[in-house]
Design a protein around this ligand. Sequence first.
Ligand code: CAA
Length: 274
Amino acid sequence: MEYIVYEQKGQVGVITISREKALNALNSQVLDELNECLDAVNLDEVRALVLTGAGQKSFVAGADIGEMSTLTKAEGEAFGKKGNDVFRKLETFPVPVIAAINGFALGGGCEISMSCDIRICSDNAVFGQPEVGLGITPGFGGTQRLARIVGVGMAKQMIYTGRNIKAADALRIGLVNEVYSAEVDAEGNVVKTAQEVLLAAAEKMAVTIAKNAPIAVRNCKKAINDGLDLDMDQAIVLEEKLFGDCFETEDQKYGMAFFLDKNKEKVKEPFKNC
Ligand code: CAA
């Protein structure tokens, strides 16, 4: 693949969108490769994914404006569908996906991060939906997911004004969960860049998730995602089913037996995903 780098580190998969010259902007090829990459993830081994962008400056600076500039109405709609299909695959991916946002997350960049389960960023991150300034609407799910994440009023403000916001404001409005800065020594020298600190934090969080019972984690993702589209009466029935589904698994039997065993010397074994 030309624009996607995938690395499996134990039970964690790291996807890097790597089109640094264009600040990792999403053209059709990037979207196709991301789609292929997701299809190829070994779900027998991988229990969490991290998604990031190459370089220190940009996570993803949006959909590719050059490619979009000559599209007809029908082609524009098809391009929106191409992005939406991949982002939906990410959103409904069986295992959790953490977006490690290392700089610009504009337009399609903000939108791809919102398809992930968890967003954390470096302190140079910038978020926005600048599409109206280009004569279009957000087209990879921004009008839908931003309102669901930060609330309708704030989403409308960001989308109608097209104004970007910095990491601290993204944290304040709940668009990201955590902001990471560079590590400096006593003399003020940078020991680790904000991006390095961010990636380490994202991978650590992914490892923490990967250590938990995989069937339970997957069912949590499904319960939260699918439940949000239902009314509360239906949503709790969905939860009951996914809760019940965990019983009789080896991991449930082992996890509960481990708690009930009063032997303080015992060491917890890894969950087996069955
Ligand atoms: N599409 C295509 N190319 C892009 C791009 C994009 N979204 N964003 C940046 N690039 C390219 C630039 O054209 C430039 O290429 P050249 O070196 O060949 O000229 C290169 O990346 C570096 O960018 P800049 O020189 O502009 O870098 P900067 O530091 O001056 O500015 C920036 C950085 C503020 C992010 C600026 O690049 C920018 O505003 N980019 C566009 C952001 C944007 O509007 N995104 C939304 C796109 S629309 C969308 O995403 C629709 C949708 O919902 C599906």
